[in-house]
Design a protein around this ligand. Sequence first.
Ligand code: ATP
Length: 354
Amino acid sequence: MATQTPMKTIVALPGEGIGLEVVDATCELLMGTGVPLKILTPPQGSPLPDETKKAAREADGVLFGAAGPSTSPVVSWLRWEMSAWAGVRPIRFFPGMRSPLADPDGIDYVLLRENSEGLYPGREGELADLVNVMPDLSDRTGRKIKEFGDEGRFAVKIVTPKGAERIARFACDLARKRRARGKPGKVTCITKSNVLPRTDGLYQQTAERIVREAGLEFEHFHVDDAARRLVRFPKSMDVVLCMNLYGDILSDLGAETAGGLGLAPSGNFGDDGWAYFESVHGSAPDIAGKGIANPTATILSAALMLEHMGMGAEAQRLESAVGRIYRDGKMLTPDQGGNAKTREMAQAVLAAYR
Ligand code: ATP
């Protein structure tokens, strides 16, 4: 008797703006695949209702759309309260995607963003308060904070050995998995340790130690150099390990090199195997409500979610279906030079999946 895959429960939280359209189209696609899934859509609201938190905590997978001003509590809860500290952002070119690069074929790396420390979620204050408690804090030239006067503001960047270690170990796991699939098994760490040797330096040194202990190849670039390398030599990248802010910025850059913001998926992993999945893009108010948002980023996020739920074959089939749609080039949204609507493109992916 054939063994049946047990039913999995997904919580879909669309957020707002184009999040509504791309999550809707992706859920319809998922239901059409015949994969045994139950999709729950609990209320969003501010603050996020307890029943929604409970459902998302207990679900096998959580698919989020896009955050905007009125749904920021949803993403705050998903990322900060659930401590989804590892942001996995695959950057992959599928032939047919509208890359601005002359030769994008073969771009295939994962940008790993440390989600929980650095400058996020934003700790700021008045300079006068900082001067009061740390009047002698000085920069690397010896200039004291108080010399700025007390009008102004400051932001705090945090790096801990624990945070740097766990993301570096995560990078090693990713690199090992990719090496098993024929990729180089290399971790490229990105910081600005020449300017911030204590904070970024701690991140860099921790990453280097852990990656080398794991027997994997390690390299490091400062973020300015890294930005140009991701444009000029994207095919030399395998696992790109970034601090929080640098990862935020460079993943948009990476997405664009593959073909645009509408194409880049992500998975955000916390402790004990909990994770949520979302596109890298935001709510895109400029195109929201028009039904023309590209659903690829959300569909590929759903593929990452299927893989996370133990449905690797279905995930691969979904990615291949996306690949076929780009190769055909007939059912693409306007950002990719086509005139398909969001739902039409998702339905075309479904037809290719079948
Ligand atoms: P937010 O403030 O919610 O992050 P934003 O407009 O600042 O929104 P994005 O939502 O990331 O940033 O969008 C940036 C640009 O990329 C927009 O001009 C938008 O049209 C385009 N874009 C983003 N996602 C998609 C998509 N799925 N399909 C087509 N275009 C997209």
